[in-house]
Design a protein around this ligand. Structure first.
Ligand code: J2J
Length: 528
């Protein structure tokens, strides 16, 4: 199934509450232009685009895509860095009713081929050379793996055409596919609708106090759910503010932009927040315009949270979200201990959060357990993943987040750990099984198990335990190089490979992969 519908009684409730408004992305983009016309919507270097220009360009790009044979409902994998092109392409696809699939600039042929194949994409949009890497070089391999791809466009191509009349794409169907961090072999695709997503965007803009005076620095990769929607670039456009596209999140690039554009709010993952805190102590840049630093994607330590106000002169806001839906924010007026020690509370009064034990029974109030959630902007199923959906969701439609949490008496979530087979490498999510499968492709590898090890800077990094088949000697460095050569995002290459004689055996018989990873983590904890 492409889009698992919410049961009728839920859909009715969400409409009646005003969450789902029946507004398409195309209509939203038009309404932003009507409301904020000549204000600057997007800044990218010397390029400054007004709301009216964004809207007009969406119409031109929609016409250009249509003229090239792309039809409403067609999937288009979009891999674009933080430039104004992103809005031309994505808003053009939205206006046409085509379905963007959001890849990240770090992805390589392994991921792009999979997205194109799984979504049966008709087109792929890539950057040219980005961060020294020529994305055009990936195209032959992707095309060979995904014959559905008829067109490859490169950022900066003039795809526009004279606008044509297009039907409104509607709000309740599949609008785009977001990526899941994933815990199994291949990342899942997350189907989102305009109804559910725009609700989360509007509500997030309100929670974060966005207004036409807001200037948002988009420092994380724009296609990621956090900078896209929490409240991110879409929240800022809804509020009439200005989005400043930041090509790289390092202080040497970001700080001068903050100073020049008088940036008021931005979003980072914890390791970047640490880098900014260190750099800000030595910089001459004027960061006085900053009002809010949002941090999310991985857990921020209370210590780091406490440093934000004294060092950067702005408020800290913790954000615990997921591309599947649920987003929690600390509120700007929360007391210090809430800001520092919790990951916030949900956006919506209709977000349902359950904390359950291993057997699925609710834990007593305040207890730690698995977080399950459903609500007006949380999906009921992944895209074309029937088998996985049977376990990723409960029979009554709760999404199993894989996160371990407790909820404070005031309703704030504290993330205490994770039960899913995923490594959170400074906010970048790595599915253990995906990396293991790459290692297993090496003839000298008998078995592999990838686990997280604590890291002072990244929070976690990856360690791959490997047993050998006897097919020739191989070194950890060679295995890392082998994984790298398989054409996957660089952040997934194991930070460390440890060759062992045998894996720990737990009990009798064959151990599950999950148990094996747990045993290895326990082994590592004992060693350190
Ligand atoms: C601990 N773990 C966190 C946090 C996410 C806003 C913000 C983040 C994301 C995101 C997002 C965490 N503390 N503050 O989509 O809209 C881990 C959890 C979660 C997973 C989701 C947004 N914030 N996490 O990170 O889909 O494990 O979304 O389930 O990439 O990141 O990852 P992702």
């Amino acid at each position: 199934m492409d889009l698992t519908p919410w049961p009728a009684e839920f859909a009715e409730r969400y409409r009646a509450a005003g969450y789902w408004r029946g507004e398409s992305f195309s209509a939203a983009i038009r309404s932003w232009a009507d409301a904020h016309g000549d204000r600057v919507a997007v800044v990218d270097g010397d390029v400054r685009r007004t709301y009216r220009e964004l809207d007009a360009r969406a119409s031109r790009f929609a016409a250009g895509f249509a003229a090239r044979g792309i039809a409403p409902g067609d999937r288009v994998v979009v891999q674009l860095p933080n430039t104004a092109d992103f809005f031309d392409v994505v808003f053009g696809l939205f206006r046409l009713g085509a379905v963007p699939v959001f890849a990240l600039p770090a992805h390589r042929e392994s991921e792009l081929s999979y997205f194109c194949r799984h979504a049966e994409a008709v087109a792929l949009v890539i950057p040219g050379v980005h961060e020294g890497f020529d994305h055009g070089g990936l195209v032959p391999a992707v095309r060979a793996a995904a014959p559905s791809v008829r067109h490859v466009f490169t950022a900066g191509d003039d795809l526009g055409a004279e606008p044509v009349d297009l039907a409104d794409p509607g709000a309740s169907g599949l609008a785009f596919l977001q990526l899941s961090g994933g815990s199994t072999g291949l990342p899942k695709l997350i189907p989102r609708t305009a109804d559910d997503y725009l609700y989360s965007v509007r509500a997030s803009a309100g929670i974060c106090g966005l207004s036409p005076a807001s200037v948002y620095l988009c420092a994380l990769p724009v296609a990621h759910n956090f900078p896209l929607s929490s409240p991110g670039v879409l929240g800022v456009l809804h509020a009439g503010g200005t989005v400043v596209m930041c090509p790289r999140p390092s202080p040497d690039v970001a700080f001068p932009l903050i100073e020049r554009e008088r940036v008021t709010i931005t979003a980072l993952v914890p390791p970047l927040a640490l880098v900014w805190l260190t750099a800000a102590e030595h910089t001459g840049a004027d960061l006085s315009s900053l009002e809010v630093l949002q941090v999310g994607g991985a857990k921020l330590t209370a210590d780091a949270a406490r440093r934000v106000r004294p060092v950067l002169g702005c408020a800290v806001q913790q954000v615990f979200g997921m591309a599947e839906g649920l987003v929690n924010y600390t509120r700007l007026d929360d007391p210090a201990e809430v800001l520092e020690e919790t990951q916030g509370r949900p956006i919506s009064p209709d977000d349902e959060l359950l904390v359950v034990d291993d057997a699925g029974a609710p834990v007593p109030p305040g207890g730690t357990g698995h977080l399950l959630t459903r609500g007006p902007y949380t999906i009921r199923g992944y895209y074309r993943a029937e088998e996985h959906n049977a376990t990723a969701f409960t029979p009554d439609g709760f999404y199993r987040t894989g996160d371990l949490v407790r909820i404070t008496p005031a309703g704030y979530v504290v993330v205490t750990g994770r039960a899913k087979d995923q490594i959170n490498r400074g906010g970048e999510k790595i599915a253990a099984e995906e990396v293991e499968n790459h290692l297993l492709a090496h003839p000298a590898v008998h078995d592999a198990a990838v686990v997280a090890v604590p890291d002072a800077y990244l929070g976690e990094r990856t360690c791959a335990f490997v047993t050998l088949s006897g097919d020739g000697p191989v070194s950890p460095a060679q295995l890392r190089a082998f994984v790298r050569s398989r054409g996957l995002a660089a952040f997934k290459v194991p930070d460390k490979v440890q060759i062992v004689d045998a894996f720990p055996v737990t009990g009798v018989g064959k151990v599950s992969r999950t148990d094996l990873r747990a045993a290895l983590r326990a082994h590592l904890a004992r060693e350190s």
